[in-house]
Design a protein around this ligand. Structure first.
Ligand code: HEC
Ligand code: HEC
Length: 457
């Protein structure tokens, strides 16, 4: 009896204690509540990285916009990561090399009749200079482990000297047949043979060397490479020097850490509106967004199955399915799991998810809150502006069951009402850097050394 009374007293005290805690919490100002969450979650200002020389950045800018890097001379990095399209392409799935109208951007770029869409959404490339970045791509197939060792699809063919995932990533798009390289037998628009496409897929050294040959016959590139790497002679250089410069440009041009949220992190309480603060308190609190969109980068760089509708050509060997991370690590827990994306400037970088399945933030947040409902009611005509993709959405029950079975729902939020969704959206809008469009427009060069047209100029 005594014991019972004791435990009910304890329970009573606990109720009173919790009520007090609740009152204290609700009496807290939004700022002290939000700052408490940020501190508990280790969210501090992001380090910008950088430290490249101007000659390296200039070389990288030329290479990033130069279609000379694609076998068919019709696609540059900027085709899919264009400053006018918030460093993406504005599409759910990209149109790669051999389009009907090279030079056109975004929706205006027409896919070659016998070509496929690139199977995944082109991500934004903001703020990739932070030393916290340890992975690239939706499946982290380029990654750095805790001991500082790098993994990439290039395996032991990777040229030495590149010490971050950003530089290593820049070696790869030129080797992809769909994105930049093209098919054996392709002729360029000018009728030239595409010598880059003739190499076997495994012969990365051949591809990289042939691209360097292309660049080094252009006098202006020889001058730029020599200026970028003073201690090195031109014949010591290889495509890793091009990739490093491209990374240098991406980092220096697309790092912008003065969004309202970044200013809030730096201590400025008035940088966020009351509504944005309410959204942030949900994001870091009850809605649990920060259990995955965590830390200064707003991503844990881990992989989660969110039962995102499947569309597009998919990835071998399971096309038209794209099984995601499991294709890289063979871990069945990672079937249909994709890397948590970072979120700065996210209001400008749609369509969203690894395949662009959703066109606006409200739909994305609703999907997180009730993935199965969102999957089963998904309407391609409402979400996909590329009408050619409508018929590729896999809406059979087997696919839906597969996606439902691989859903990693334990950390996802439940019960977000319309007001919550609106507040979270307002918070996500506070991640946009000021004057984004005009600052990005300044990163587009007037011309490139090959003399090929510069997209969007
Ligand atoms: C045809 C479109 C296309 C072209 C051209 C292209 N990319 Fe991408 N890029 C993509 C797609 C799609 C992905 C995501 C692929 C994946 O995750 O499997 C991507 C991923 C990336 C990423 C990884 C970002 C991250 O955090 O995951 C970077 C960086 C990048 N591209 C830079 C470049 C550079 C540099 C070039 C030129 C050498 C280039 N891209 C050319 C479409 C393109
Ligand atoms: C369990 C981990 C997890 C949680 C919790 C989570 N997300 Fe995500 N989020 C992801 C993953 C993984 C993706 C990409 C899924 C895909 O491509 O299929 C994503 C995608 C997104 C995107 C699209 C970004 C882009 O560039 O495509 C936004 C926006 C987003 N999440 C916001 C949120 C918000 C807001 C919350 C809280 C309501 C939240 N997330 C909670 C893992 C998570």
């Amino acid at each position: 009896m005594k014991r019972l009374r004791n435990s009910s007293t304890t329970a009573g005290l606990f109720v009173i204690f919790s009520a007090c805690q609740y009152l204290v919490a609700s009496a807290q100002s939004p700022d002290s509540q939000l700052r408490g969450f940020l501190e508990n979650n280790g969210v501090v200002s992001l380090d910008p990285g950088g430290g490249h020389t101007q000659t390296q950045i200039d070389l990288g800018q030329a290479l990033f916009f130069d279609r000379e890097l694609s076998g068919n001379r019709d696609t540059s990095c900027a085709t899919c990561h264009h400053p006018q399209l918030a460093t993406g392409d504005g599409l759910a799935l990209p149109v790669g090399t051999f389009p009907d109208n090279p030079g056109a951007l975004g929706f205006d770029r027409i896919k070659g009749a016998d070509r496929e869409f690139v199977p995944r959404n082109a991500p934004e490339v903001f703020n990739r200079g932070s030393s916290l970045w340890k992975s690239m791509f939706w499946d982290s197939r380029v990654a750095e482990d805790e001991d500082g060792n790098f993994k990439s699809p290039a395996g032991d063919q990777l040229l030495p000297g590149l010490d971050s995932v950003v530089y290593i990533q820049a070696m790869l798009p030129v080797t992809s047949r769909d994105e930049m390289r093209g098919r054996a037998g392709d002729l360029t628009f000018e009728g030239d043979i595409n010598e880059i496409a003739e190499f076997a897929d495994e012969n990365l050294h051949g591809i990289w060397a042939a691209l360097m040959d292309r660049l080094m016959v252009i006098e202006e590139y020889r001058t730029m490479f020599a200026a970028a790497y003073p201690g090195k002679s031109l014949d010591q250089m290889n495509f890793a020097d091009a990739a490093f410069a491209i990374g240098a440009f991406e980092i220096e041009a697309f790092t912008m850490l003065d969004s309202p949220f970044d200013r809030y992190l730096a201590g400025e309480n008035s940088a966020l509106s009351p509504r944005q603060k309410r959204g942030a308190i949900l994001f870091y609190g009850q809605a649990k967004c920060a259990s995955c969109h965590s830390g200064p980068l707003m991503t844990d760089q881990k992989h989660w199955g969110l039962a995102t509708p499947q569309l597009g050509p998919g990835k071998p060997p399971y096309g038209p399915l794209d099984a995601g991370r499991v294709l890289i690590n063979n871990d069945s827990k990672d079937a249909f799991a994709f890397r948590t994306p970072p979120l700065r400037n996210v209001a400008k970088t749609g369509p969203y998810m690894h395949n662009g399945a959703f066109k606006d933030l409200a739909s994305v947040i609703r999907h997180h809150a009730s993935p199965i409902m969102s999957l089963s009611t998904y309407r391609p005509s409402r979400q996909l502006e590329q009408t050619e993709l409508w018929s590729t959405v896999l809406s059979d029950w087997q696919t839906k069951l597969l996606l439902a079975a691989t859903l990693d729902g334990s950390q996802l939020p439940r019960r977000l009402n319309n007001r919550d969704i609106g507040d979270i959206e307002a918070f996500l809008e506070s991640l946009t850097a000021p004057d984004l469009e005009s600052r990005l427009a300044e990163t587009i060069p007037d011309r490139v050394p090959s003399g090929l047209p510069v997209e969007g100029h």
